[in-house]
Design a protein around this ligand. Sequence first.
Ligand code: PXG
Length: 448
Amino acid sequence: MKPVSDINTPDMSAFWMPFTANQQFKAAPRILKSAEGMYYHSEDGRKILDGTAGLWCCNAGHGRREIAEAVSQQISHLDFAPTFQMGHPLPFELANRLVEIAPKGFGHVFYTNSGSESVDTALKIALAWQRARGQGTRTRLIGRERGYHGVGFGGISVGGIPGNRKWFGSLLTGVDHLPHTLNIGKNAFTKGLPAEDLTLADELEKIVFLHDASNIAAVIVEPIAGSTGVIMPPKGYLKRLREICTKHGILLIFDEVITGFGRLGSPFAAQEFDVIPDMITCAKGLTNGAIPMGAVLVQNHIYDDMMAAGKGAIELFHGYTYSGHPVAAAAGLATLEIYRNENLLSRAADLAGYWEEAAHSLKGCKHVKDVRNYGLVAGIEIESMPDAPGKRAYEVFVRCFEKGALIRVTGDIIALSPPLIIERSQIDDLFTLLQDALQAQEIGRAHV
Ligand code: PXG
């Protein structure tokens, strides 16, 4: 057997890293070693302000002892037990807590292990529910351009990112897409949601007309699209989608993997925007990112119909070995307790004004062509280099990391989504670092 490599400088060849330019990264790695509160600590001993809550997941900040202790206790008490025709207490308990913070009418929780699994689960529940109520011809699923719904076959099919789709064959059949809602020409530098515009939501009527409602099971959208660059819905857009879905018997799924758990200032975007879907997918912030876990929150009418159709047998032929894993459930319970004790599910609303001003102070910075914000999310879009899309933002990312801030970039869009515990002074630090990195464009050395 080969000796174990030094933990600080491991041999990097074996780990095929996700969504990473492996060769480029391994030639010049960025290694995070530990984390506490608002900061990561890099391998070379630098403090890095976390402007992204990891990957939109550590809403309560890092190194939360309450979660570590709950996980540690649970793992020695009951490490694993099945949830197929068996049970153990914590997932029941956690489901009750989740239902308490979910919009009214959401009485049920189906557990998964990730956002991708939550999406595929919700799509399957939609199909099964339509069939259970005698509408088995409703098999079409509608997503949206520039939507990100994870990487399962269901998620990439309804998702709208060409790079995530084109390598993987014919995907799910019978999928259609709404147009995305980004319109920089009209809405650049809008604070919060762009002015009311229902035309893009009304595109759903055209899709329904084309396929006929009797063939459509569900529509899935992110209330605010995160991964593809923080894309806002115009005011009234989500409400109109809800109206059209209701009118035609189509289920509406909100993918709240990013917007859930306080990111926008309410527990879920559904409450923030006062638009109630039929299902909500979530993950990430559910356990503060500490242990993988996702969930689908389901309205009572769907669950009740499925129970009635099941007639006492297995009602839904779906589930994962780790659905409701006891250790993940312990992490989830401890996380929700922190959110409650520290009012974190509404803290983004308190900070939103300050955050908005800080984000929009970047207007006028070199190459910045749009700033978008809501709650504790911001997207900063910069002009692409003519022959190298994505290069400019990547350079800003590297420069920020070197100077002490973690940001995310997608193409030439910078996305910020810090832990909800961020203080005003840290918001200042984050935007100062980012501004310096933007202004340093083409002055500093090339990083790519
Ligand atoms: N839905 C949405 C809306 C997401 O944002 C997923 C589903 C999939 O979740 P999992 O847990 O399967 O990865 C996501 C994930 C980024 C970034 O940089 C975003 C995600 C994942 C990784 C990076 O914006 N979102």
